[in-house]
Design a protein around this ligand. Structure first.
Ligand code: S3P
Length: 184
């Protein structure tokens, strides 16, 4: 089988805590592609923590910044793009990302998300929507309920991440991506 090197981007979408950043990093290294995390990019460009952007300017302004970053990175080639959980809220984001990208939804149960976020307190300043003293599980459930349809309807491929290692999830994505662009 001949391998054709694709210029397409790999886009990872899904809720906070499903592993988009770690999986994206793994996939980019294995495929020798560039890696961009849109939240990191927002932090770099503004010099502010995501939580501070939400607190000082509100969610709406964060979404404007997110949309600008998405527009910038959508024209890249051979890049793995890990997105923030709310990227699907704006149709324009998906439209741009699909232009040169294949969208993979990382899907996890509420329990998996809860356990990942609970054990990852360090990054809580990146997730103001899930912050608070109590009831993380309910907050996850509510957010997921609002977004579930958008995640599924915008995904080209759905990857179940429950009980899988980062390498297993990443290798599944790589397998699909390579098969899209191989010819016999
Ligand atoms: C958000 C998810 C976060 C970050 C911001 C908003 C959301 O990214 O973009 O806090 O709306 O779900 P992660 O999905 O990487 O946690």
């Amino acid at each position: 089988m001949k391998q054709y090197i694709s210029n397409k981007n790999i886009i990872l979408i899904g809720m906070s805590g499903v592993g988009k950043t770690t999986v994206g990093n793994y996939v980019s290294k294995k495929l020798n592609m560039r890696f961009i995390d849109t939240d990191n990019q927002i932090i770099l460009n503004t010099g502010k923590a995501i939580e501070d952007i939400f607190n000082e300017y509100g969610e709406e302004y964060f979404r404007v910044l997110e949309n600008q970053i998405i527009n910038n990175v959508s024209i890249y080639k051979r890049t793995v793009i890990s997105t923030g959980g709310g990227v699907v809220l704006d149709k324009a984001n998906i439209y741009s990302l699909k232009n040169n990208g294949i969208i993979f939804l990382l899907k996890a149960s509420i329990d998996t998300i809860f356990n990942n976020l609970k054990s990852n307190q360090l990054s809580s300043d990146r997730r103001p929507l899930l912050k608070g003293d109590s009831n993380l599980r309910n907050k996850i459930k509510e957010l997921y309920k609002k977004r579930e349809k958008l995640y599924f309807s915008n995904a080209d491929y759905i990857i179940d991440v429950n009980n899988k290692s980062i390498n297993e999830v990443g290798d599944e994505i790589i397998y699909i991506f390579n098969n899209l662009y191989s010819c016999s």
